[in-house]
Design a binder for this molecule. Structure first.
Ligand code: URA
Length: 196
């Protein structure tokens, strides 16, 4: 095997090891209240990675990302633009549920971000889409304003990044849906462009 193939063959093992590490993590107080660590999942060679905020109640109970009401809406939005969940990777900024659906504090985010960083290094997506303010302010820019900057591309060394509204914001405020749907179209345009 040439080096690249060896690296590729090792990816599932590296990701599985990282998942095990995250599942044993006790680096912040959320480890005491979580039912499950929601590591993230999807295609290990995905070109597109979606990054949410952190597990909700259903995710905490099942250990899977975006499977509650927000996840159902996300699936619908995927379907509308022809994205198959099996072809993308989905992760969160924090891997454990914050009780009472509070925002994850900056401290929790900074403690947990090491897992997402490694996931990005292993999966090497070409595009990262932040779902909501928490993801965007954590990994694009601390001053990110989702209402003004959603749907705009930010070039990083190894990938393109953009943010759109979190599905839970869309459930609370359906007026935002048109903008979010347009962001998904912008995403598909970029994907088609880089696949040329
Ligand atoms: N909200 C998130 O940000 N992530 C999930 O996995 C579920 C709901």
């Amino acid at each position: 095997m040439v080096k690249n193939e060896v690296e590729m063959a090792n990816l599932p093992k590296r990701l599985a090891e990282l998942k095990k590490e995250a599942e044993a993590c006790e680096d912040c107080p959320l480890s005491k209240t979580r039912k499950n660590v929601v590591f993230g999942e999807g295609n290990i060679r995905a070109d597109i990675m979606f990054v949410g905020e952190g597990p909700g109640q259903v995710e905490d109970e099942t250990g899977h990302a975006f499977v509650g009401r927000s996840g159902q809406l996300l699936d619908k939005m995927f379907k509308d633009v022809g994205i198959n969940r099996k072809n993308v990777y989905i992760a969160n900024i924090v891997k454990c549920r914050v009780p009472n659906n509070a925002d994850p504090s900056v401290e929790y985010r900074l403690t947990c971000i090491k897992y997402l960083r490694e996931q990005v290094k292993i999966v090497k997506p070409k595009i990262i889409v932040c779902l909501g303010r928490i993801a965007a302010t954590t990994i694009i820019d601390p001053n990110f304003k989702i209402t003004k900057e959603h749907g705009i591309w930010y070039n990083r060394k190894n990938f393109f990044m953009m943010a759109t509204y979190h599905p839970s914001a869309l459930l609370r405020n359906p007026d935002l849906m048109k903008d979010a749907q347009n962001d998904f179209k912008i995403l598909i345009d970029k994907y088609n462009e880089i696949k040329k």
